[in-house]
Design a binder for this molecule. Structure first.
Ligand code: BDR
Ligand code: CA
Length: 321
């Protein structure tokens, strides 16, 4: 079976780490590049984290740094959830990477790679969409050459940064509007499903037991669990690993149910800034662009897939020490 060619655009980020681990260990992708964007932390941090992850997992996937700032929005980085490094740990950290970032800007790289392989490359976007929007601004023709785009962001049910806006979209709503209006075949994994994409206490125990200490994967996930408001409130037993959803869907689409909807991003200043609005009327005007939106998931099966991937990642990292 030919492997799906993939670029992962991310802002690691604990759940970005889980998403990359899932993609790498699945063996079903030819991961052409990992591109980093500012989001959960400033760009130097997210780029360094992406490189550390790719290297620790034993890959030679090139990692490119991208946008230093969103197109318009300026905000304080959310250190409360991911720590000041963007990938803080409750104990052991990833080993320092043994190779440098690849030269060149992420947006240029996305455009160049898509142009070089029309119809071949899937984009998985699990951070703010600045890099992809910049690539589309540099070369709008790439919209017709991307095989498809999957992303974690938004939510029909509501937000996590504000009542209505989810972090990735809120961080750069103008970029998200550019991407969602580009005409690229797109599937959205918003809080509708990702808030339920948690692993549970047994999964965490299995990860902890997978390798003797130091076990940076378990420690990194533990840090993220300790910062989860939903766990503290007793709503979920373990951390929601939002960014794993689009990757999991590419691996096994039967894990999710999707609906074709017209989704717009609110870019006007005000309480709805960064919200994703979906028109769920059956008679919604059909001239509006539609995307597929994941609305249901098989949580236990997803948690098993993700935990297996984290366990495998923990073993690979231990083997490289
Ligand atoms: C999204 O925001 C970030 O904190 C996570 O990495 C994820 O991509 C969830 O809202
Ligand atoms: Ca992310």
């Amino acid at each position: 079976m030919t492997r799906r060619r993939l670029i992962i655009d991310c802002d690691p980020g604990h759940d970005d780490f889980a998403a990359i681990a899932l993609a790498v260990t699945s063996g079903v992708f030819e991961i052409e590049a990992i591109t980093a964007v500012c989001g959960n932390a400033p760009l130097p941090r997210t780029a360094a984290n992406a490189l550390a992850i790719a290297d620790a997992l034993g890959t030679s996937i090139p990692v490119y740094a991208g946008a230093v700032a969103p197109l318009l929005h300026r905000y304080d980085f959310p250190a409360a959830f991911h720590g000041v490094t963007g990938l803080d740990s409750a104990g052991a950290t990833l080993p320092p990477p043994r190779r440098p970032l690849a030269p060149g800007h992420a947006a240029l790289e996305i455009a160049a790679r898509v142009n070089a392989a029309p119809g071949e490359i899937t984009l998985a976007v699990v951070g703010p969409m600045t890099n992809v929007a910049l690539a589309l601004a540099l070369d709008p023709d790439i919209a017709s050459k991307v095989r498809e785009l999957v992303f974690m962001g938004g939510g029909i049910v509501g937000g996590n940064v504000t009542a209505r806006a989810e972090f990735n979209i809120w961080a750069d709503p103008e970029a998200a509007a550019i991407v969602l209006n580009s005409g690229i075949k797109t599937t959205m994994f918003g809080l509708d499903v990702t808030n339920r994409a948690f692993i549970d206490t047994d999964d965490l125990k299995r990860l902890r037991a997978a390798v003797p200490a130091p076990n940076p994967v378990a420690d990194i996930i533990q840090f993220y669990s300790e910062r989860s408001g939903d766990i503290a409130a007793g709503r979920v037993p373990g951390p929601a690993l939002h960014d794993t959803c689009p990757i999991a869907w590419l691996i096994d689409p039967t894990l999710f149910q999707t609906e074709s909807l017209s989704v717009t991003v609110e870019t006007a200043p005000g309480p709805g800034y960064g919200a994703t609005d979906a028109d769920r009327r059956t008679w919604a005007p059909d001239h509006l662009p539609r995307i597929d939106v994941a609305l249901e998931l098989d949580r236990p099966r997803l948690a098993r897939l993700v935990t297996d991937a984290l366990v495998e990642a923990a073993r690979r990292i231990a083997d490289r020490r």
